[in-house]
Design a protein around this ligand. Structure first.
Ligand code: SF4
Length: 450
């Protein structure tokens, strides 16, 4: 079969049909798989009717993404009926956790593989195209998994790129499925990461976004390497203009890392530091390994070294045993820290996690009210933070053109819309902020930074 089209798939009738479910790690895996397919001669297509390979990269962090995929299986059947030659493959965290269940529910699926053997895609595709079921869901970590990193990434954005630096997680937060679906921590060697960063800079990238479930644990399994050393090494690559990283763990966020953030000019003043809950009782039940006080001390340290740092966090509302008083501890932290953004969700029991069997202690309606109250309170905080940008001149990396305007991000990760010439794409410019909105800023070009 001559190589032709491939796409990543969610829903037939969704405007975001060719997208990936889940986190930055999944998006980067999809970008790498796209690079792999391209090197085999396939081209991306957005038309599932003409695609030869259709991949569904799944997430399993909460029940909802699971249900979304499982309920979409019927859609894939329609695809298979209309495009019987297409190979349909399911991968990602849900495939790693429940791949055989997916096959039972959807026997027409041709290929299922997990999160640790993505680099086997070429072999699995060949098997599926030969008419065999290509199923490979392995628990053990394949030492060759970093072969995946040798492939170029097919990215939506020309000027910014994710770079996976560590896979898996050794923490065991009692609600979290990641250690089950992604395995133990495996840091990539610094040399490999720097090689990928050099390749990306040659490919026009200005902003490197280092990613992992817990980047602040980078190097622990390599023995002698520290995350902050990696930050300096990436900053020393000529052409790297900005560095971001996601996700840190409060327990592993050391003063050395914070000092390096403040010292390295390319490191942007923005950090995602999940707290998950405010109450010490719940933090202990989650096995997060820090108290509210210890978390707030890290925030204070961050603000001491970088007073204008933009902070975001993850919050779970309604973990089993959480009372209204416990919830108010979360509210208290959100008010005190004044995050620029929070990602808050109701607790979702995950199969195989230590907390799975814990009885729920609040009814779903009450938890929805707590969650909505928290989100509404945060909307006001975020808007107040954005209003403080009005009249200020900020640095913006121009990433795209949209609706006749240029769009880019500040170092503090704020989205800015402003008028400017097409040739400013990929440039870092100064923009004077003229108007703050709830989720973005508007401005006018102040000056092009050479
Ligand atoms: S640190 Fe905790 S929440 Fe984050 S990926 Fe690891 S186990 Fe999950």
């Amino acid at each position: 079969m001559t190589a032709s089209g491939f796409l990543f798939f969610t829903f037939l009738n969704s405007p975001r049909a060719d997208r990936t479910f889940g986190c930055q790690m999944n998006i980067n895996d999809s970008q790498k798989m796209a690079g792999m397919l391209k090197s085999m001669g396939y081209e991306p297509t957005s038309d599932w009717q003409e695609a030869d390979v259709i991949l569904v990269n799944t997430c399993s962090v909460r029940e909802k993404p699971d249900q979304k995929v499982l309920s979409a299986l019927g859609e894939f059947k329609k695809v298979k009926n209309k495009n019987p030659d297409a190979v349909i493959g399911v991968c990602g965290c849900l495939a790693q956790r429940a791949g055989y269940e997916i096959l039972q529910k959807a026997p027409f699926i041709d290929m299922v593989f997990g999160t640790t053997n993505i680099h086997h895609l070429p072999k699995l595709l060949e098997e599926a195209q030969a008419g065999n079921k290509a199923v490979e869901i392995i628990e053990e970590i394949d030492e060759n998994e970093t072969e995946l990193d040798k492939y170029p990434t097919i990215r939506d954005n020309k000027y910014t790129a994710y770079v996976t630096i560590i896979r898996g997680c050794d923490k065991n937060c009692t609600y979290c499925i990641v250690p089950i679906t992604r395995g133990k921590e495996r840091s990539r060697r610094i040399g490999e990461i720097i090689q990928e960063v050099q390749y990306l800079v040659e490919d026009g990238v200005k902003e490197i976004h280092l990613i992992g479930q817990n980047v602040t644990a980078y190097g622990k399994d390599l023995g002698d390497v520290k995350f902050w050393e990696l930050l300096y090494a990436v900053a020393n690559v000529e052409g790297v203009e900005r560095i971001r990283f996601t996700t840190g763990h409060p327990r592993d966020l050391t003063e050395d890392i914070i000092k390096a953030m403040a010292d390295i000019p390319q490191v942007c003043e923005a950090l995602h530091l999940p707290i998950q809950a405010g109450s010490d009782k719940i933090l202990e039940a989650m096995d997060r390994g820090y108290t509210q006080k210890e978390y707030l001390e890290k925030i204070e340290l961050l603000k001491k070294y970088m007073p204008d740092i933009a902070l975001s966090t993850d919050i779970i509302v309604g973990f089993p045993g959480e009372t209204y008083e416990d919830y108010l501890e979360t509210v208290k932290v959100v008010k005190e820290v004044e995050y620029d953004q929070i990602f808050a969700f109701k607790y979702s029991p995950r199969p195989g996690t230590p907390a799975e069997k814990l009885p729920m202690t609040e009814d779903p309606k009450t938890l929805s009210k707590w969650l909505n109250d928290l989100i509404n309170m945060q909307k006001d905080i975020a808007f107040k933070k954005n209003l403080a940008y009005e009249g200020k001149i900020v640095e913006v990396l121009v990433e795209e053109e949209k609706d006749g305007k240029l769009v880019g991000r500040t170092r503090t990760n704020k989205l800015v819309h402003f008028e400017g010439e097409h040739n400013l794409l990929g440039e870092i410019v100064n923009v004077e902020i003229t108007k703050a909105n709830r989720f973005s800023l508007e401005g006018k070009l102040a000056q092009v930074i050479a």
